[in-house]
Design a protein around this ligand. Structure first.
Ligand code: GLC
Length: 562
């Protein structure tokens, strides 16, 4: 009703990470498609509009399914294609939309295309589907360039030819088990057109496109050393770090954000447009600054792009006002809505992240030896305020499973349980992303907190901490002041007041650390400072902290009737 004719412009989209949502098959401690189907009513009760499923395709699971061995089948861990069809039917019956993940930058090394490439000689058609190059040095013993994998270590691996002699090298921007495809080869384009059609024919409403800034690499694959930018970060996370530059517009690394990548999305846009209904593409593109990211959502390309610049903005009034203005302007410039996102399966959960102190680079994760980890209650207090602010912003919002329960990052996973390739490739220097992927607690008093529902369902592929009990869904449902009820109330009011389709009118007269604006019928005041602020004499609709009344405490957001 309030979504408007292009549903994705204002939808709230809930990310399901299938391994960790609900285990309904075999009670093996790994979530699956039947488990998701059985828990769908909880998403209707929450009040979201759409579901994005992270990969459930055939995969050796070296990167939790982002290493795909067959794009058109379901991994037996998660069920079957029939289970997928049943899930999709139920999602649509419930009035929700369904987006699936598409991983086009790389395949698994177990994909038949890559196996064929290894079995074929240098210079063959099969090798041309991937990024094979000769090594440097007198005997080709050095990698073709200095690029490093996002997960740590070199981005190249040398193969042995079928006669056992050392051969060429292949590029993998991520794990060794994830060889990059060669998007200069029209054959690769054709295969992905078929994959898109396979899922569109089955009825999906769209795709979240993994590493949508990758795919194309600069001709000649030149060496690259990312400089340190004025804000202390590096441009493009791969390669050794070069000298500092004073540049607000970061240089483009040769492996990210190449201009020619856009032709791929124009082709895909045409395919989606040829289907009935409103099918969408959402870019996972870690591209800055925002006007550059906006190129991914020009009218003939994708529909949405994750706004990671927003996700990375600290809990600071001035920074938040700037990023909100910049985001709306950048996306409106190409006729697209902004998205808003605070958590996903790759970042420290925002109930921990927004209150971290010290330096915590994205993707590094946090663990037992990290410093600056907030107290759980403090982190959650701030996260609730941040979510309440996000859900009033015009555009589409993404939620990550478990944030509606206020889940923190799990800091103290036993080392032996960790599975993220980052942990292994950096020789345990970076914890990686397992801490945000721990299975969801549904029922306080059930084994595995109700995650694994089969007989004897006590398992969970990453151990759930004992304190997960207090975050369980059934311990929060119907409980005034719980995080789940806060999300439900906010989503209800967001839909009723059509906030996703609205606009921002900034309000004057507040201190710098207060974010204050009107979006149609709702006035929003978010206090990122350290002292209370006086609220205007309007009806209080929702507050992230129950003590908010005439005064709004620090780290609290309130919605008032305008
Ligand atoms: C994306 C995914 C991440 C994965 C990587 C490689 O960033 O979100 O989980 O590891 O791509 O596919």
């Amino acid at each position: 009703m309030t979504l408007g004719s292009e549903w994705w412009r204002s939808a709230v989209i809930y990310q399901i990470y299938p391994r960790s949502f609900a285990d309904g098959l075999r009670a093996d401690g790994i979530g699956d498609l039947p488990g998701i189907t059985s828990r769908l009513p909880s998403l209707v009760q929450l009040g979201v509009d759409a579901v994005w499923l992270s990969p459930f395709f055939t995969s050796p699971q070296k990167d939790a399914g982002y290493d795909v061995a067959d794009y058109c089948d379901v991994d037996p861990l998660f069920g079957t294609l029939d289970d997928f069809d049943a899930l999709e039917r139920r999602i649509h019956e419930l009035g929700l939309k369904l987006i699936v993940d598409l991983v086009p930058n790389h395949t698994s090394d177990q994909h038949e295309w890559f196996r064929a490439a290894l079995a074929s000689p240098e210079g063959s058609v099969e090798r041309h589907h991937y990024m094979f190059r000769d090594g440097k040095g007198s005997a080709g013993e050095l990698p073709p360039n200095n690029w490093e994998s996002v997960f740590g270590g070199p981005a190249w691996t040398r193969i042995h030819d079928t006669d056992g002699s050392p051969g060429q090298w292949y590029l993998h921007l991520f794990d060794t088990s994830q060889p990059d495809l060669n998007w200069e080869d029209p054959w690769v384009h054709q295969r992905f057109h078929e994959i898109l059609r396979f899922w569109l024919d089955r009825g999906v409403d769209g795709f979240r496109v993994d590493v949508a800034h990758g795919l194309k690499k600069a001709p000649g694959l030149p060496d690259y050393t990312p400089p340190v930018l004025a804000d202390g970060t590096t441009a493009g996370s791969m390669g050794a770090v070069g000298p500092a530059v004073d540049d607000a517009d970061p240089p483009t690394p040769p492996y990210w954000a190449q201009d020619s990548v856009h032709e791929v999305y124009r082709e895909w846009n045409e395919i989606l447009a040829s289907y009935p209904g409103e099918r969408v593409l959402c870019a996972e593109a870690w591209v800055e600054p925002l006007p550059k990211l906006a190129r991914w959502v020009r009218p003939d390309e994708m529909h949405q792009a994750f706004n990671f610049s927003y996700l990375e903005t600290p809990w600071d009034g001035a920074a938040l006002r700037t990023i909100i203005d910049d985001s709306i302007a950048a996306f409106a410039g190409v006729g697209a809505p902004s998205t808003w996102v605070l958590s996903n399966h790759d970042v420290v959960r925002h109930a921990t992240r927004l209150a971290l102190t010290g330096d915590h680079p994205q993707g590094a994760g946090v663990g037992p030896l990290s410093t600056g980890i907030p107290d759980r209650a403090f982190g959650l207090h701030r996260a609730r305020a941040a979510t309440l602010l996000m859900l009033t912003l015009p555009g589409s919002a993404y939620l990550y499973q478990g944030e509606e329960l206020g889940l923190p990052e799990v800091i103290d996973l036993p080392d032996a349980a960790r599975q993220d390739p980052t942990w292994f490739r950096t020789k345990h220097e970076r914890y990686g992303r397992d801490g945000c992927r721990v299975p969801i607690p549904w029922e306080a008093d059930a084994p595995s907190f109700g995650f694994s529902t089969g007989a004897g369902g006590t398992k969970s592929w990453l151990p759930q901490p004992a304190y997960w009990r207090e975050y369980s869904r059934d311990a929060q449902l119907g409980v005034a002041g719980s995080t789940l009820e806060l999300y439900r109330a906010a989503l209800h009011e967001r839909a009723a007041s059509a906030l996703g389709l609205g606009g921002i009118e900034w309000l004057d007269g507040y201190p710098d650390d207060v974010v204050a604006f009107r979006n149609g019928a709702v006035t929003v005041i978010a206090n990122t400072g350290t002292s209370s602020v006086t609220l205007p004499g309007l009806e209080l609709l929702i507050a992230s902290d129950a003590s908010a009344a005439l005064q709004l405490p620090p780290d609290t957001t309130a919605w008032l009737r305008s």
